[in-house]
Design a protein around this ligand. Structure first.
Ligand SMILES: Cc1cc2nc3c(=O)[nH]c(=O)nc-3n(C[C@H](O)[C@H](O)[C@H](O)COP(=O)(O)OP(=O)(O)OC[C@H]3O[C@@H](n4cnc5c(N)ncnc54)[C@H](O)[C@@H]3O)c2cc1C
Length: 421
């Protein structure tokens, strides 16, 4: 490809899905990844109907279903006594939203988009790190560590939470939550005798910690995530989140959590950072996308989904122009497409980010507040979808498509923090 319309920096799920979305609309895309190979580190991902709906639109849902698992329920339990607090019936959820809730290995979802991008003719370049951006009003340029540069009509920065573009254009910094995540993806046989249910996503919530379990790869594998507040981080010590903190953090949790803890990977861990929401993602011909634009705490399980939604929305606005390729370019009014993207995505993602932070506070309560929270959660009707409507409903293309307003739950009586979810 000699003359791409769009450059994308970053070959994670965000960059590759955006590349796929744009290429399907006839846009010529070149994508740069700094690593020597495309890939994902980590274990499972939950993908909700607002994502499987988009996978279906791309013709990728069938492949995703063949690699993932469609669980029957999402169950929230108290990590201390193991009792059930509330649940979502995921079979009914699929009936309501028209698309399934799925759990899938990260590398499988990444691979689906890598293959789709290749099929759509995206030019994929590895081993190339972007270090700076420039623009002149009609084009944008990515500058690379080896001194080379590339120019196109727009550049999309999908380079994750430590995005070079975000650091330059917004100049804010990641915010530490003082929480750390340990993960494990293990053969299901290792947990078969632990009393786990093969068809459930289970989240145990407890004082300053939570523990997530669900099946992967057609039930052959099992995913676990253990998240806790690091005492060393709270004390301001630099070496925080290390394995010696893991076991102590879950003292006093129920038998089910205790059985799962020895199976966690102990050679790597993920310190949990997000960034404050920003309401501008487009700066001339440079656009932020995915974690570069909206890195969340993971409590809503919407980070990768928001990234996939970003690419879909941008591509729909490009497609809506009925763009015809002209000899001197893509024929796309990029200013209009980027303005439409910037008008709708930041507000939705702001809500996800702030709700995620409030959700984390709610999950990790202790003492009387934990008991008050449990009362509220136990009182929730399993088939009350007012919490999920704004997230799992169709992705909005314009601000006025956003569902009216969210149901307010009286979290303020529990946490002292007014919250809207
Ligand atoms: C414990 C945990 C659980 C989670 N669970 C869920 C879940 O269940 N559901 C969900 O939707 N989300 C979940 N998330 C969030 C999700 O993982 C992220 O939001 C998502 O992966 C972000 O994708 P991205 O492509 O925007 O960024 P990244 O995955 O960070 O990809 C960025 C890419 O850009 C490359 N890159 C970086 N800098 C440069 C550069 N300068 N030049 C070139 N390339 C560069 C990187 O190598 C990388 O390949 C979870 C996160 C965590 C930590």
């Amino acid at each position: 490809m000699t003359d791409p319309d769009v450059l994308i920096v970053g070959g994670g799920i965000g960059g590759l899905s955006a590349a796929t979305a744009l290429a399907r609309k006839g846009i010529r895309v070149r994508l740069y990844e700094r690593s020597s190979e495309f890939g994902e580190v980590g274990a499972g991902l939950q993908i909700a109907p607002n994502c499987t709906r988009i996978l279906d639109a791309y013709g990728l849902l069938h492949e995703a279903k063949s690699l993932g698992v469609l669980p029957e329920a999402m169950v929230m339990k108290d990590a201390t006594d193991g009792s059930e607090l509330t649940r979502l019936d995921l079979v009914d959820l699929e009936r309501k939203y028209g698309f399934p809730y799925m759990v899938i290995h990260r590398s499988d979802l990444h691979g689906i988009f890598l293959r789709a991008a290749q099929r759509e003719g995206v030019e994929l370049i590895t081993d190339t790190q972007c270090v700076a951006y420039e623009q002149d009003g009609a084009t944008a340029t990515a500058v690379f560590a080896d001194g080379t540069r590339d120019t196109a009509e727009i550049v999309i920065a999908a380079d994750g939470i430590h995005s070079v573009a975000r650091n330059t254009l917004v100049a804010d910094a990641p915010v530490s939550s003082n929480y750390v995540a340990y993960r494990a993806a293990i053969p299901f046989d290792e947990v078969r005798d632990n009393g786990v249910r093969e068809k459930d996503v289970v989240v145990y919530i407890g004082p300053r910690c939570h523990f997530v379990q669900y099946p992967l790869r057609g039930g052959q594998m099992f995913n676990q995530v253990a998240v806790f507040q690091s005492p060393k981080a709270v004390a301001g010590e630099p070496d925080w989140g290390t394995p010696d903190e893991l076991d102590g953090a879950f003292d006093g949790t129920c038998e089910q959590v205790q059985k799962g803890l020895p199976l966690m990977w102990r050679d790597r861990w993920w310190r949990m950072f997000d960034r404050d929401p920003v309401m501008q993602w487009v700066y001339g011909r440079i656009a932020l996308l995915g974690d570069a634009a909206h890195p969340p705490l993971q409590y809503m399980a919407q980070g990768a989904i928001m990234a996939i939604e970003d690419g879909w929305v941008l591509a729909e606005h490009v497609g809506a122009q009925g763009a015809q390729r002209t000899s001197d370019g893509s024929g796309v009014d990029w200013a209009a497409a980027l303005a439409a993207y910037d008008a709708v995505r930041p507000e939705h993602c702001r809500r996800v980010l702030t709700t995620g932070r409030a959700w984390g506070e709610l999950w990790h309560l202790d003492g009387i507040k934990r008991e008050q929270r449990n009362l509220l959660l136990r009182a929730r009707d399993t088939y009350d979808y007012s919490f999920t409507e704004w997230i799992y409903g169709p992705t909005a293309l314009t601000p006025d498509q956003e569902p009216p307003l969210y149901t307010a739950i009286p979290l303020d009586s529990v946490t002292g923090t007014p919250a809207q979810v």
